[in-house]
Ligand binder design. Sequence first.
Ligand SMILES: [Zn+2]
Length: 265
Amino acid sequence: MLRIENHRLVGDGISYRATPNCGGDLKARYLVFHYTAGRSAESSVESLCTRKPQGNASAHLVLARDGRIVQLAPFNVVAWHAGVSQWNGRVGLNRASVGIELDNAGALSRVGDRFIAWFGQEYGAGDVVLAEHKHGGGTRPWHAYTEVQIERALELAELLVEHYGLEAVLGHEDIARGRKQDPGPAFPLEAIASRALGRTRDVAPAATRARSAVKKSAARSVRKETISAHNTKKKQTVSARSAPAKKPKKKATSARKRLARRTRR
Ligand SMILES: [Zn+2]
């Protein structure tokens, strides 16, 4: 279980590395998800902790593909993840949001039966989702998120919404339309946002805590279904789609299929 103490995340798999790319008081009202479009969580942490002549970037958290989290700035300090952005009449969302970077290569290019990131790394069909971005552009391959990453993202969204009373859970694509497309269609953003924001309305007083514990476990199964329903509805894995597909190698793919089968029943 994760918790927040003195604007820092505490729990298993959490480490802290201070970025110089931050500053100013933050009173967060929003949570913004991103993908790193990078090679690994380590390389992204390194980049987000480096001063660069061409412009400095950071985020509060980097969420690795194995579920580990590195915090780069406390949640009450402004990090530089949103850039030119707007939401609900407010501009410059760095000053109003917590930013989470998900380790993910982003949009891929298809070359024959291979899927290649902008930095040259190749990904197998089991790590690829074919989908259209909600802002259009046609169906194309995207690097898949891992299941543990999605579970962890949900846990973080719930925790941050509850702790800071956040008003919205957004993607960079929502606040920088036309300029950014992260976290993209492979990430179940709507399902996570509705679970995280719905839960604050459910907050029970101490007297009904026992009942709320029951409700909470019910909520967990609803959440699983919501996310898998999202997965089933919005996209297909490449291996499910291409006719002479090789056996899916990734455990993540078969887990997703199992969930999908369960929802259809
Ligand atoms: Zn972004």
